[in-house]
Write a protein of this length. Structure first.
Length: 256
């Protein structure tokens, strides 16, 4: 089973659409970041976390031919606006793709992308089926049952979901507060992938200081910082990190 970071950039990516790299060295490929999404790849399924606006590019880069399910973390555009690119997988399978979202994200998706969930004609049928995101989900890898738990966290003024895979890896791409009641799920992890927007305080994201405090609190074997803005140059950021913490880069593959 593999966990692939398809994109690790903040809401406008690096470089931004206007070419702005900020502090990032454009000659370092690890500074070229598409918007955040990830893939859980098992022997049976390809499970997508979020549909970033860069989804087409991400899927082509990794030669992904099938999407089995989609889990949404939250309702923001940098996590949802690549949703139309899922249509090609419906065309191939002739089956609606199951997508899972909390009540806030579901409402946003239905209001914004109603044509995707409702059949308008034979030529344009519904391509996705929207489901309530439960706390406990499951997949299989080589006949072994794999648990995926969703936990709600604060992300500024909205709620977001993190995903814990097989009690080994937690993916928390957008967060400003983790509730104490959920601490027990985030201990004894092999990998913690955590939001780190920049160096300065931000009301809806962790910054480097808060990200490293969370790493210290939960003590994963390895931590990976994601949702990186143009402020954070890969090489310079890496110099500031403890040995068990690294910056993410697009295409980073974790074997579970």
């Amino acid at each position: 089973m593999k966990f692939i970071i398809l994109g690790c950039g903040s809401s406008m990516g690096v470089p931004r659409p206007d070419g702005f790299f900020g502090n990032c060295d454009p000659n370092n490929k690890k500074n070229h970041r598409t918007r955040c999404s990830a893939l859980i790849k098992t022997s049976d399924e390809n499970i997508l976390i979020d549909t970033s606006p860069d989804l087409r590019q991400q899927l082509l880069r990794h030669k992904i031919k099938k999407i089995s399910k989609v889990f949404y973390s939250h309702m923001h555009g940098d996590q949802t606006h690549g949703i139309n690119d899922l249509r090609s997988f419906f065309i191939n399978s002739k089956k609606q793709i199951e997508v899972y979202a909390d009540k806030y994200t579901s409402k946003y998706l239905l209001n914004t992308f109603s044509y995707i969930f409702k059949s308008n004609s034979k030529e344009y049928p519904a391509t996705l089926k929207l489901n309530k995101l439960p706390k406990n989900l499951f997949t299989k890898n080589n006949f072994k049952k794999i648990s995926i738990r969703s936990i709600m966290v604060e992300h500024g003024k909205v709620m977001s979901n993190c995903f814990i895979i097989d009690k080994k890896l937690a993916y928390i791409s957008d967060v400003s507060k983790i509730y104490d009641k959920d601490n027990k799920y985030l201990k004894n992890l092999k990998y913690l992938i955590i939001d780190c927007l920049g160096y300065k305080f931000h009301y809806s994201h962790f910054n480097l200081e808060t990200s490293l405090a969370v790493v210290k609190r939960f003590k994963p074997k390895k931590a990976i910082l994601t949702n990186l803005s143009p402020v954070l140059d890969y090489k310079e950021l890496k110099k500031k990190l403890p040995k068990n913490v690294i910056p993410a880069h697009d295409g980073l593959i974790i074997n579970l």
